[in-house]
Design a protein around this ligand. Structure first.
Ligand code: AMP
Ligand code: MG
Length: 515
């Protein structure tokens, strides 16, 4: 194994908190040095060897468990927690920071720079009255979902290792005043950077233009070096890049039916990564109004169909923060105003790909809008509907109706069957204007319409087994999610619609923020 290449970067180029005592407080600087809590009896349950290789960490060595459980620090590196703020559920929340994430390394991997952090390793000055810990169920959800996202080809933080700490953590899972002890766990996760919109908002909110600019300069030179050649306002160029990356991410989430659940500005990555997997969910039935987060039931701010508008709202907050450094609020506005048009164009291209259309026609927007309306009215299982569409035969559109009725969650009425037949006829006519063969089209469609996503009912079964110390299903599901676009006929059961038992079960249909 080639030598580990530790490269202190954030902590070297930016100023740390002079106070090293660990108690909750406002912090003026960029980060605070902290020590991970000592785990009582750590056990490594899984790790991603492809990522440990990339990081040049020897996962066969006993030191690996020490690092990923917080038992010992990596050589020549001092763990730290990051300072950031954020808007939560539309309201300014002030300083938040890494309340239970502790960064244990910055290093040069084989292909890129990485920051590695433990989630659930104990208190930091940003823990604000909470315990700094994480429970096994939420750790499993983060660990597997991030990897599922990666293998779907969607920008995300990665998972490196899952350990149980041997300590118990008290949580009120139903938020009903009945807390109980649960197994504590740590996910070690990695990304080029964990900087969030909220890092910039923190300094802007304090009118601290100097630190805001320092952070911007750091972000650009470290993570967006190509922007440094930009002749105009480099901060504005960064903003435009973040707007574009965020649009791409929103389109990708929509493509696969992912609902983040807590799109607060502190959970928005400056690199456009999916970050902080909490009460997220995947659509079973196609329902734009669905949110997995019980805390958000009242206003459904973070529902599936609202994610793009929320991303825009979040980008507006980021723009307001950056305006202090950019100095020209009008240019920020102009950049932001390109959002909706670009999103609409990218989204249409995404749906055209899902429909297997290679060419562009004026009527495509209507074709897309009408199928989404039908999907919602019925409702149909989103993943199955799109995956099955690659089997569509334009010479006999009516034959597809049996798949539609199979994938519906309710009985399809005769009226609805007629509506579907109309749409299938229109789609068939549209496909006949394309040059590629049906099999070529099917191959292309199967690369954008995944067969397997990390459905909530799958997560719930993995968690139930793991809480009884059986990780067999965990490993099976991990392997399954590594190839989401492949048929994997031996795993066909994980392609089924949400089973009836899962419909009202906590953890399958909705989740609280208690993690
Ligand atoms: P989240 O909604 O999980 O992204 O968390 C929002 C803020 O609360 C972040 O600053 C987290 O670090 C912090 N936080 C969440 N859970 C805990 C916990 N158990 N202990 C300490 N801080 C936490
Ligand atoms: Mg967060």
């Amino acid at each position: 194994m080639p030598e580990l290449t530790i490269k202190p970067t954030f902590i070297k180029q930016l100023t740390g908190d002079p106070e090293t005592e660990n108690y909750p407080r406002p912090v003026a600087e960029f980060f605070t040095y902290v020590h991970p809590a000592h785990p009582g009896d750590p056990t490594l349950h899984h790790h991603i060897s492809e990522l440990s290789d990339e990081l040049r960490l020897d996962s066969n060595d006993s030191s690996f468990l020490d690092y990923v459980s917080g038992l010992s620090a990596l050589p020549d590196y001092r763990p730290w927690a990051m300072n950031y703020a954020g808007h939560q559920f539309g309201n300014w929340a002030g300083q938040l920071g890494d309340g239970r994430a502790i960064n244990i390394a910055e290093l040069e991997g084989k292909t890129q720079f990485w920051t590695v952090q433990l989630k659930g390793a104990g208190l930091t000055p940003y823990s604000r009255g909470a315990d700094g810990k994480a429970v096994l169920r939420s750790s499993i959800r983060e660990y597997l979902c991030a990897e599922a996202m990666h293998h779907l080809g969607i920008p995300t933080t990665r998972s490196l290792a899952l350990v149980t700490t041997g300590d118990k953590v008290l949580r009120d899972v139903l938020n009903d005043g009945h807390p109980a002890h649960e197994p504590g766990a740590i996910v070690t996760r990695a990304a080029e950077s964990f900087i969030r919109f909220g890092n910039f908002e923190l300094f802007a909110s304090r009118g601290d233009k100097e630190r805001l600019q320092e952070l911007l300069d750091f972000t650009i030179t470290t993570h967006f070096p190509n922007l440094t050649n930009c002749s105009d306002n480099v901060y504005l160029a960064l903003y435009e890049e973040v707007v574009n990356r965020t649009i791409e991410l929103m389109v990708e989430w929509e493509r696969v039916g992912f609902v983040h659940g807590v799109m607060n500005t502190d959970n928005m990555s400056i690199l456009g990564l999916t970050i902080d997997y909490g009460p997220y969910g995947w659509l079973d039935a196609f329902d734009p109004d669905w949110t997995p987060n019980t805390t958000d039931n009242q206003f459904r701010r973070y529902r599936f169909g609202n994610q793009s508008d929320i991303a825009y709202w979040n980008l507006r907050q980021l723009g307001r923060a950056l305006a202090l450094a950019i100095g020209d609020a009008d240019s920020v506005q102009t950049t932001l105003h390109k959002y909706h048009e670009r999103f609409a164009t990218d989204r249409e291209t995404m749906y055209r790909n899902k429909l297997g259309l290679e060419t562009t026609q004026d009527t495509d927007a209507e074709l897309i809008a009408s199928v989404l309306t039908l999907l919602e009215e019925q409702p149909l299982d989103m993943t199955r509907f799109w995956r099955h569409l690659s089997q569509f035969d334009e010479t006999s559109p009516g034959n597809h109706l049996s798949l539609i009725t199979d994938d519906a969650y309710t009985v399809v009425s005769e009226t609805d069957k007629t509506k579907w037949l109309d749409w299938l006829d229109t789609y068939a006519a549209r496909l006949r204007t394309e040059a590629i063969s049906q099999s070529e089209r099917a191959a292309l469609m199967n690369k954008v319409n995944p067969k397997y996503v990390f459905r909530n009912y799958i997560a719930s079964q993995v968690i139930e087994a793991a809480e009884n110390d059986d990780y067999t299903l965990f490993r099976t599901v991990y392997e399954l999610l590594k190839h989401p676009y492949d048929e994997q006929t031996e795993h066909e059961i994980w392609f089924q619609k949400q089973p009836a038992w899962a419909r009202d079960r906590i953890g399958c249909s909705q989740l609280s923020c208690s993690s």
